[in-house]
Design a protein around this ligand. Structure first.
Ligand code: GCO
Ligand code: MN
Ligand code: MN
Ligand code: MN
Length: 386
């Protein structure tokens, strides 16, 4: 049936299904959808939650009274349609004030304003029940390095995150922060371009345990990297706090395609990784309908993201249960109890024994691991012939 329920924990952003088709070359092709209406539609489709930037919901220049009215209406819609807001984030990229960075601006006033705006947005997220707070540094980067701020930018970003983590504790919000890397777009180069660079940076923060990563399928794929590999490293570090799912052709502009629409094999191995390792957080589709589409296309897009995930989840279970695939997997791995003992945990005796050991290089190099067979079994599975 592949029809989701809230237990599947699928989420969308107000900015994703609400995207109106505007691009750098053209005007919107769809009318805006109100936040309460989006909640109604996503509730009907079986989603779990809605994520938002502060200004997706409340315009940047709204009065206090408008803020209260908009938030109250949205909360009512969430409760009417059984949705939650698991993640909130700040728009630190649309306003011209942030054109040369927010936390990494060379202008101390912009950095201070970015902190103020983020604290207010954290207040809003908490009011809506969000437990994860995402930082995507859309404008934290450069086109030219003539400004000479590469090291300063890292320090300013660190100071800001340390401040905000303390704010979260002081207010009793208990947020888990998820840092989202992206290599470029809208900046020529964005700072901290990969999941690995975020992991390295997190270790330098004052409260590293409050910080994890929000990796995104399209962001690694844009630069030709393998997203499943990136996510594996994030999981290994215990830092998969959130995930943005979509799709993308390598080497293109930021496409934000429907999940699974382009790189079906990587999507499969990603879903298998998430399911096999028991990732229990929300699965957020950070994508939007093609610019060609009308509103019906938006909901076809949203249904499609979730449907494809559920199909791939079933395929992953099938992969794990398929005797021929499991036999090929077992044949791929060569186990050796004596060598396992010898190579795990150093002792001078083990080092000595290993140094004296003879290996048959020709035999090692001559072995065929069976990966062609295993991969074709995977392709057969994905194409539905198994
Ligand atoms: C992008 C990013 C954004 C962020 C969002 C949440 O490529 O534009 O993926 O969609 O995920 O701003 O912080
Ligand atoms: Mn993105
Ligand atoms: Mn995008
Ligand atoms: Mn994203």
């Amino acid at each position: 049936s592949y029809v989701p329920t809230p237990d599947d924990k699928f989420t969308f952003g107000l900015w994703t299904v609400g995207q109106t088709g505007r691009d750098p070359f053209g005007e919107p092709t769809r009318a805006p959808l109100s936040a309460p209406y989006i909640a109604q539609k996503l509730g009907e489709l079986g989603a779990y939650g809605i994520n938002l930037h502060d200004n997706d919901l409340v315009p940047i220049d709204a009065s206090a009274a408008e803020h209260d009215r908009i938030v109250a209406e949205f909360r009512q819609a969430l409760s009417d349609h059984g949705l939650v807001v698991p993640m909130a984030t700040t728009n630190l990229f649309s306003d011209p004030a942030f054109k040369d960075g927010a936390f990494t601006s060379a202008d101390a006033r912009v950095r201070a304003y970015a902190l103020q705006k983020t604290m207010r947005s954290m207040d809003l997220g908490h009011e809506l029940g969000a437990q994860t707070y995402v930082f995507w540094g859309g404008r934290e980067g450069a086109e030219v390095d003539a400004g000479g701020k590469l090291l300063d930018a890292i320090g300013w970003f660190r100071d800001s995150l340390n401040f905000l983590a303390d704010y979260s504790e002081a207010q009793g919000y208990g947020y888990r922060f998820a840092l989202e890397p992206k290599p470029n777009e809208p900046r020529g180069d964005i700072f901290f371009p990969t999941a690995g660079s975020m992991l390295g940076f997190i270790a330098t923060l004052e409260r590293p345990e409050r910080f994890g990563v929000n990796p995104e399928f399209a962001h690694d794929t844009m630069s030709g990297l393998n997203f499943a590999h990136a996510v594996a490293q994030v999981i290994d570090a215990g830092k998969l706090f959130h995930i943005d799912l979509n799709d993308q052709k390598p080497g293109r502009f930021d496409q934000d395609l429907r999940f699974g629409s382009e790189n079906i094999k990587t999507a499969f191995f990603l879903v298998k990784l998430l399911e096999d390792t028991g990732y229990a957080g929300p699965k957020h589709f950070d994508a939007h309908a093609l610019r060609t589409e009308d509103e019906a296309g938006v909901w076809a897009f949203a249904r499609g993201c979730m449907r494809t995930y559920l199909i791939l989840r079933e395929k992953a279970r099938q992969f794990n249960a398929d005797p021929e695939i499991q036999a090929a997997l077992a044949a791929y791995r060569v186990e050796d109890a004596e060598l396992a003992d010898l190579t795990r945990g150093f002792s001078p005796q083990k080092a000595e024994a290993l140094r004296d050991r003879t290996f048959d290089r020709a035999e090692l190099g001559g072995r065929g691991p069976g990966l062609e067979h295993l991969d074709q079994l995977t392709v057969d599975l994905l194409l539905g012939t198994r």
